[in-house]
Each structure stands twice: as C-alpha cells, then as structure tokens.
Write a protein that binds this ligand. Structure first.
Ligand code: PGA
Length: 253
C-alpha cells in the first residue's frame, strides 16, 4: 500500500500576529513547488488568523489540543466543534508535553481522540517513550500500551482513521534525533501492534517527531514505515520547514 507523506508543523506556544504573518507569507510565496500534504498547528488564539491566511493554499489548518467535552461549563477549554468552526481539519492529541506537564493519561487521550473523530477532525495521536524507559528496555511496552488504549476506545474501524506520531520524548526539542533505523523499528512495531488488534494498519500514517530538520528528514523519510514528520522547532522558520516539506515531496508517491 502506498501511503501519502504528511508533514505537520507544531508551533507549540510560539508566535504573535505579526510573526505569524511573516512566516505564513514566506511559506506561501516560497513553497509553491511543495507537492505533499502539509498542516500547520498554531496556538488557539491564532487559528482564525492563520486559517484565513491559508484559505485556498496547499497548507491545511490544525490545532494542538482539544477538549474531552462537547460544550458547557468547562472554563478554558476548546471543543472539537469549535475547531471545525474555525476551519481546522486536524488536531494533535496527547503530545508528550500534554501528557507530562498537564497530566493527560492514556484514558484522557483516548476520549479526546474519540471527540475529534466524532466531529470529523483528523486526530494525530502522539506516542513515545522517555529516555529512562528506553534505557530500561521498556520502550515497546510503553508505546504498545499507548496504542492499545486508543484502539480499545475507538474500535478497529475508528483506529484505522488515526494518524500516529511516534515522538521519543528524549528527541523532542533536544537536537538529538532518533537514528533512522531506531525510528523505523518503532514505526514497524506500532504498525504490527495495530495489525495485531485487527486495525487496517497498512493505511495508517505514522509520522516521526523529535528534532526533525531539513538535513535529517530525507534519511527518515526513506524508511518504509515513516510516513512523514511532526515538526516543532523547525516549523517556526520558513526555509527549515520548507526543506522538510520538499524532502517529503521528493519521496511522495
Ligand atoms: P521538535 O518538536 O521538532 O522541536 O523536537 C517536535 C514535537 O514536539 O512535536
């Protein structure tokens, strides 16, 4: 099965209206040759601005988080239907920063993923082990459990609609990218785990995230089970992000 490559920029808590304008103009003007699916995920307050700027372009809009709840007295939360209303097609769920800093458990992540799918959003579910877990030989056990809990909440058909992002925590924002073979081995493991659960895993895109740059992206994208990238730091600088997009374009089927 041929899976189309996907590149997602996670801006995290960065940007301002002025900075976003500069970045988006550069992406639109300099990225006309990019022929791959690309998403950018700005902070909530800028979704409207970025969505408007991207209308009719080759870049789609995503959010970085979503509420578990649909509507009502949940101060500070943003629902799936609000994201759809603002033009989002994608949402990142269960990023390791959400898990470690904001207490999101596998159960919470599963509920959020279900809320996203029910609203018609494409969820990107993040999984990954810490350095300690890898050193203890527990990387596959941890990632396997993260995958299983989402699959059991969604069922086989729901899980087939997921995009997974494998982001080893030790590689996020550290400049220490996983070796291509290391990443490929975990991506293969994730696909096998989905398959074992009866999910149509060959069609599920599995992105790699963690210190991806324009320089290391080609070595990652050439791996058979790496279907694109979730990019943090490098997505904030137009030439770097476009370099990653071009690396994916050149390998797109
Ligand atoms: P990084 O972040 O590319 O800055 O390592 C990736 C992520 O957290 O999604």
């Amino acid at each position: 099965m041929v899976r189309k490559k996907l590149v997602v920029g996670n801006w995290k808590m960065n940007g301002s209206r002025a900075q976003n304008d500069v970045l988006l103009s550069a992406l639109k003007e300099e990225g006309r040759d990019v022929a791959v699916e690309v998403v950018v995920c700005p902070p909530y307050p800028y979704l409207g601005q970025v969505g408007q700027a991207l209308e009719g372009t080759w870049i789609a809009l995503g959010a970085q988080n979503i509420s578990s709840f649909n509507a009502g007295a949940y101060t500070g939360e943003v629902s799936a239907s609000m994201l759809v209303d603002l033009g989002c097609a994608w949402v990142i769920v269960g990023h390791s920063e959400r898990r470690s800093l904001f207490g999101e458990t596998n159960e919470v992540v599963a509920v959020k993923v279900r809320a996203a799918l029910e609203a018609g959003l494409n969820p990107i579910v993040c999984v990954g082990e810490t350095l300690g877990q890898r050193e203890d030989g527990k990387a596959e056990a941890v990632v396997g459990e993260q995958i299983d809990s989402v699959v059991s909440a969604l069922g086989q058909d729901g899980a087939a609609k997921l995009t997974v992002a494998y982001e080893p925590v030790w590689a996020i924002g550290t400049g220490r990218v996983a070796l291509p073979e290391q990443a490929q081995a975990m991506h293969r493991f994730i696909r096998a785990r989905l398959d074992l659960a009866g999910v149509a895993a060959e069609g599920v895109r599995i992105l790699y995230g963690g210190s991806v740059t324009a320089e290391n992206a080609p070595l990652l994208f050439v791996q058979p089970d790496i279907d694109g990238a979730l990019v943090g730091g490098a997505s904030l600088v137009a030439p770097g992000f476009l370099g990653i997009c071009r690396a994916a374009s050149s390998m797109a089927a």
